[in-house]
Design a binder for this molecule. Structure first.
Ligand SMILES: Nc1ncnc2c1ncn2[C@@H]1O[C@H](COP(=O)(O)OP(=O)(O)OP(=O)(O)O)[C@@H](O)[C@H]1O
Ligand SMILES: [Mg+2]
Length: 343
């Protein structure tokens, strides 16, 4: 039986984008194949310049792929303009119209569609309720805080009832506290509405805490697609191990001995400081960094990359810099990195 494809499904098939500038070609997105489920909170995570925005723009219809295709709800939309796709975008700078009231900003898409004033304003008020800002309808964008502007941008994008919402670093301009608050709000809103969110960030904490699944980009390619938990505990490439969280990477004989692989990873919180007996490694403590709920120790061992060890606080004893310390971990803790790039 063939099941009907739900409108919020997004399928990218070998999507590539080559930019030509100043006589040179840049392969911004390199043959990305990806299946995003309806109602999923999917995050594109990667360092600056890795192709996240370009990928999002191809889904939104703002950039034409060099090759490959984009399907929304089972329909090939590769060559459709943005306004003919059931997607909408929230941009990092929010792109609100400064001279229009908040209500008019939110109602904008409905005005363009020719909906009459009373109806579109009623709908805009509903959206302002949804983002919990009914009181600002008459104000102008410059009379709002950053977090409020962010919510208005969201309301404006949601008013046209997209099946898929694209969000390009939407929390990038907010301070940390507000950012964390908005992460929770945005996630709750997405769950409530049940629409597909494709969210771009370079912040691994943000990605881990909000997403159903994450696709990690590196130089235009998708390195791994997995749930946050899988990505953190079972990265398939060294790049992912390093980029998502902090990793101690073991190589050669040590990795073979400890993880049965030629490359292995050990997270800093999996290592304990203990006595000499039975220690898996020993070295000189180089620094102690305080983080509130834990301290991060850096331990130098001859011929070895520095060990990074997180010790939870409060602790009975935090060792002194310059001392020799001994490191322990359980044999299951080391994770062997065996597979190649995501294909
Ligand atoms: N219009 C363009 N013309 C030429 N090159 C471009 C263009 N847009 C992007 N690029 C290049 O394509 C690559 C990917 O850029 P993209 O903006 O997709 O990265 P990103 O992952 O979103 O980065 P950031 O985290 O900094 O926003 C980069 O090397 C970038 O310089
Ligand atoms: Mg970008």
């Amino acid at each position: 039986m063939i099941l009907p494809i739900e409108p919020g499904a997004v399928y990218l098939d070998q999507l590539s984008c080559v930019f030509k500038s100043a006589g040179k070609s840049v392969l911004a997105v390199d043959s990305v194949t990806l299946d995003i489920l309806p109602g999923e909170f999917f995050t594109l995570l990667g360092p600056s310049g890795s192709g996240k925005t370009t990928c999002l723009r191809m889904i939104g219809g703002f950039v034409l792929p060099t090759s490959g295709s984009v399907r929304l709800g089972g329909h090939d939309v590769t060559h459709l303009p943005p306004y003919e796709r059931a997607v909408n975008t929230v941009f990092q700078d929010y792109a609100l119209f400064p001279h229009m009231s908040i209500l008019d900003n939110v109602a904008y898409a409905l005005r363009i569609r020719g909906m009459e004033k009373a109806a579109r304003e009623r709908k805009a008020h509903e959206l302002l309720e949804l983002v919990r800002l009914p009181q600002v309808a008459g104000r102008k964008p410059n009379e709002l805080s950053g977090g409020q502007r962010q919510r208005i941008a969201l309301a404006r994008a949601l008013i046209s009832e997209p099946k898929v919402l694209l969000l390009d670093e939407p929390l990038g301009a907010l301070d940390l506290k507000l950012r964390e608050q908005m992460q929770v709000e945005l996630k709750n809103l997405q769950r409530e509405l049940g629409i597909t969110f494709i969210f771009v960030t370079h912040d691994q904490h943000e990605a881990l805490s909000m997403s159903d699944r994450i696709g990690v980009f590196n130089q235009g390619r998708l390195e791994q697609v997995a749930t946050p938990e899988e990505l953190y505990n079972r990265p398939t490439t060294r790049f992912v191990a390093d980029f998502v969280g902090t990793a101690n990477v073991l190589e050669g004989e040590q990795a073979r001995h400890l993880a049965g692989a030629s490359l292995a990873m050990l997270r800093p919180e999996q290592i304990r400081v203990g006595g000499q007996q039975g220690a898996k490694a020993s070295g000189t403590l180089r620094s102690v960094q305080y983080f509130g709920s834990f301290v991060r120790l850096r331990v130098a061992q001859m011929g070895q990359a520095e060990w990074i060890v997180d010790q939870p606080l409060p602790a009975d004893h935090v060792p002194e810099v310059g001392k020799t310390i001994h490191l322990h971990w359980s044999s299951q803790a080391a994770h062997g990195i065996t597979a190649g790039a995501y294909a």
